[in-house]
Ligand binder design. Structure first.
Ligand SMILES: [Fe+2]
Length: 189
């Protein structure tokens, strides 16, 4: 683990792509728990889980945006597919939020919190064509998948195999849904 910015009086822990700001972390409210994982590790995982929770909430709203607004000859297939993806992403939201709470943290699951923290770009489709929504949602799923895949390594290296397992499950599912959505664009190679 590399420590960043200590010379500037700001202790930041660089875990690859994610920064854990010790000042912010010390403000994180941690409940006492009999869970045997060390408190410092739990605190880091709570920060990581809340970061991915924000992305997951954002992704869920993007799935619904696609579900509601898609039009065209593939309407019913895409309308139903986008809702299936939404239902699965809702499960990811729950898995991530509850893991943060199990570790003694507070799940930051409000839409206001998600807007501040999400790493996803705004939803990319404004029109109604199926192709436009498939492009937009596949891009969101790919970006989300990359963030979750990185979180597997961060939590595994930090020593929390269970959080890594949750992120692995989500990553596997996200790759599947990316395939389901992106296949609509892949007929011509
Ligand atoms: Fe619906």
């Amino acid at each position: 683990m590399r420590l960043m910015g200590e010379e500037a009086g700001c202790r930041r822990i660089d875990l690859g792509w994610a920064f854990f700001d010790s000042a912010k972390m010390s403000q994180t409210k941690i409940y006492r728990t009999k869970n045997d994982l060390p408190a410092q590790l739990r605190e880091k995982m709570i920060v990581l889980l809340n970061a991915r929770l924000a992305d997951s909430i954002d992704l869920q709203t993007q799935c619904k945006q696609a579900h509601w607004n898609v039009k065209g000859p593939d309407f019913i297939a895409l309308h139903e597919l986008f809702d299936k993806v939404n239902e699965e992403v809702e499960e990811y939201v729950d898995l991530i939020a509850e893991r943060a709470v199990q570790l003694g943290g507070v799940a930051e699951g409000t839409i206001q919190g998600a807007v501040k923290k999400t790493q996803l770009k705004p939803y990319g489709a404004r029109g109604g064509s199926g192709r436009e929504h498939v492009e937009a949602l596949s891009s969101a799923l790919a970006a989300y998948g990359k963030l979750v895949r990185a979180a597997i390594d961060v939590s595994d290296r930090a020593g929390d195999k269970d959080t890594a397992d949750i992120f692995t499950e989500i990553s596997r599912g996200t790759d599947k849904w990316l395939w389901f959505v992106e296949a609509h664009l892949q007929a011509a190679r």
